[in-house]
Design a protein around this ligand. Structure first.
Ligand code: NAD
Length: 407
């Protein structure tokens, strides 16, 4: 598999080729400002002690405190966390948020942990990194295999250690613990606002056939939101397999089936297909919402969609980008398409610091405004430069980052 950080740096160079970036900015972005590694002590339910590797990468804070999720995954490693932190720097700049880029990773099989073990691990993470995070330093959030409950545990542990009662050090918390309305659905919702802002310009019909890879937090909400807006969800997948239905799937019913059986597979009235079959389904819109490196040189020629909306981070390699662009398949890049999560996280952070609680309609109006504006800016930049949306989004971000280097 290609290294995600090598892909991220290749994307930077490709943007530089269409709109030159100052050498000093390229140099600064080529390495994170700081990387912290910890070996967490995890007491297992059977009494044994396990050391679990954990990372926090602080890529860049010239526009504001570092910001980015924490991933629990057996394959999480420093290279992946570096790439994810880099993309956060770019994403916050594309959305013009007063935040920088960071990310956390814990190398663990999260699905093999009991709730009690997950809580001990979450608290161990907060203790290990308490010195380097904080409401004005670095603000983590959920990512793959972490959720509001994990953020609540970390928030509680951090408050015990530091006495900080603002709850502004973590976002993506439960509503009871200072979370924001609309945060859980925000990545899917924000992606939908971007899609809506660009749909006609990308030549898509009013009612699209949609295929979604990954049925976790982001994929479930995306399916629900696109379905409610009158689009047909013709295929869905999780790590165990794909389901296909030309008539369209009801996401709420698929979710109930997944809760009952552990997978989307075997959903009544649909056809089962192999896991990777999702990527080559005939559809108008393909939404990767799982992990990196899903669309590569080997499968990009078989993508049968008109537009790819990247709700996952890093799902498309640079080689696949060129193949898709060459075939007229538009890719709405991760640093724009999935920025709804960090945008509502920034709203949550602001609410915590001001001790406010905004209504859901308010949150979604602000989200729509920010996502639509960013989508329009990136699209117009792509037209001006005669390039793809990813390079254009990088150019928009880099122009905002320029000028913030030390004298
Ligand atoms: P999650 O853990 O809730 O869900 C991940 C889903 O992907 C699960 O359904 C899993 O079964 C599935 N999956 C894993 N490997 C797969 C494969 N090979 N094929 C099909 N499905 C597979 O994680 P999430 O929070 O939904 O994150 C998904 C993606 O969205 C990640 O790339 C993450 O970085 C990105 N993202 C998340 C947020 C957020 O707020 N949670 C924000 C922005 C971006």
């Amino acid at each position: 598999m290609p290294s995600p950080f090598a892909n991220a740096l290749a994307q930077l160079e490709r943007a530089h080729a269409v709109q030159p970036i100052a050498d000093e900015l390229r140099l600064r972005l080529s390495q994170p400002q700081r990387e912290i590694h910890a070996a967490l002590s995890l007491r297992r339910d059977n009494g044994s002690l396990q050391l679990v590797q954990a990372y926090r990468v602080q890529h860049n804070n010239t526009r504001g405190p570092f910001k980015g999720g924490i991933r629990f995954h057996p394959k999480a490693d420093l290279d992946e966390v570096r790439a994810l932190a880099f993309w956060m720097t770019m994403k916050c700049a594309v959305l013009d948020l007063p935040l920088g880029g960071g990310k956390g990773g814990v190398t663990v099989d999260a699905k093999g942990l009991s709730d009690a073990e997950r809580e001990r691990l979450a608290r161990a993470f907060a203790r290990a990194f308490a010195d380097v995070i904080g409401p004005h330093k670095d603000i983590p959030a959920p990512d793959v295999n972490t959720n509001a409950q994990v953020m609540d545990w970390m928030t509680d542990e951090y408050a015990h250690i530091t006495g900080d009662a603002s709850r502004a050090t973590f976002t993506g918390k439960s509503l009871e613990q200072g979370g924001s309305e609309g945060r859980e659905a925000a990545t899917g919702q924000g992606g939908f606002f971007v899609f809506n802002a660009l749909r006609e310009r990308l030549g898509l019909p009013a009612s699209c056939r949609v295929a979604i890879q990954g049925f976790g937090n982001v994929g479930e909400h995306a399916a629900t939101i696109w379905h409610a807006a009158g689009h047909a969800i013709v295929a869905l997948s999780d790590s165990k397999g794909t389901i296909v239905s030309a008539d369209g799937l009801d996401p709420a019913a698929v979710l109930a089936h997944k809760h009952a059986t552990g997978s989307v597979q075997g959903f009544p009235g649909s056809m089962d297909a192999p896991t990777d079959a999702i990527l080559t389904q005939a559809c108008d819109v393909l939404i990767p919402a799982a992990l990196e490196n899903q669309l590569r040189a080997d499968n990009a020629p078989h993508v049968n969609a008109r537009v790819v909306v990247e709700l996952a981070n890093g799902p498309t390699t640079p080689e696949a980008d060129d193949m898709l662009y060459g075939r007229g398949v538009a890719v709405i890049p991760d640093i724009l398409a999935n920025a709804g999560g960090v945008t509502v996280s920034s709203f949550e952070w602001e609410q915590n610091l001001k001790n406010e609680h905004w209504a859901e309609a308010d949150v979604n109006t602000r989200l729509q405004e920010k996502m639509s504006r960013a989508a329009g800016t990136v699209y117009e930049r792509a037209q001006q430069l005669g390039t793809d949306l990813r390079r254009a989004a990088f150019v928009v971000a880099l122009e905002r980052l320029t000028g913030d280097l030390p004298k």
